[in-house]
Write a protein that binds this ligand. Sequence first.
Ligand SMILES: Nc1nc2c(ncn2[C@@H]2O[C@H](COP(=O)(O)OP(=O)(O)O)[C@@H](O)[C@H]2O)c(=O)[nH]1
Ligand SMILES: [Mg+2]
Ligand SMILES: [Zn+2]
Length: 319
Amino acid sequence: MDKIQGRVIRARTGFYDVQDGDTMLRCTLRGRVKRAQRSAEGRQIYADPVAVGDEVIVMPIDNEEGVIEEILPRRTKFSRRYPGKRDAIEQLVVANADQVVTVLSTRLPDLNFRFLDRFLILAEVGEMDAAVCVNKIDLIDSAEHQKLRSLLSPYEQLGYPVIFTSINQPHSIESLQGVLRDKFSVIVGASGVGKSSLLNAVQPGLGLRVGEVGLKTGKGRHTTTLVELFALECGGEVADTPGIREVGLWGVDTENLDLYFPEMERYLGKCKYKDCVHLSEPSCAVTEAVNTGKISDVRYRSYVSLKNDAKIKDLTAIS
Ligand SMILES: Nc1nc2c(ncn2[C@@H]2O[C@H](COP(=O)(O)OP(=O)(O)O)[C@@H](O)[C@H]2O)c(=O)[nH]1
Ligand SMILES: [Mg+2]
Ligand SMILES: [Zn+2]
């Protein structure tokens, strides 16, 4: 049989469904390709070297199975630090997506700006656009809604589209459709914010399982992660991601974290100390901008939290 070029539309550790037009093959990865994904010292680099969205060359075995022979170069990647391991390993979640849509909820769970800012940084590092979706607005009153809008306005000023949704408000689902249309999006966010519910509302018939928070699963089962790609009738594609409880940064130069906060750019180089990290130094142009309201307090607190996090990670790395 001849080799085919296709796209990974479903990935479960070790097995990949590759699609090429009407052909769908359940594939494994050629050992040679696996080995090429290790570092010079033989260390594991990726939690899984192939991700949903990857373009691959496959040697078919029969009409149902094949072997991935080659992974083609990626345009973009959405990666995070693989959780729970001492050694730093990259978890490639989705390859070649156009945008990251971060879903937050007003309540259950509460809105988490730290999560949002981490996802935005990962989107930037992976060279994707980003959008913000605040879900479950049916759970707040109009005063709270007003307050949320003002907390999120700094994000709009940075150029990120921000939408407010509820699965019970069809009009808001249309606004989400507008964000997803004709793009390949990866949907991220904490467990329980409503990612799967929203996608089911955007496209009835997807039948994604809802309410699976993943915390109560027994040992051994569900330890593999499944990421799946869906075509949307309104145009575009989405990858729903399961239960992210931790957003470890990957590929981020934490020494120069200020470079990932576009609103800080105009103040850089204007602090008293050349090596200022904008935490507690005197005459810091960035903290002055925060104090005078020119930089959002919420964003600055994310910066501080990430900076402190990086310190802890660095310490554990050398201990
Ligand atoms: N009140 C309210 N509940 C929602 C909304 N969207 C999702 N939910 C509920 O939130 C829970 C988690 O939803 P799910 O889609 O599984 O979240 P995921 O983990 O992000 O995929 C479920 O019980 C949903 O019914 C919403 O807009 N409003
Ligand atoms: Mg889900
Ligand atoms: Zn400074």
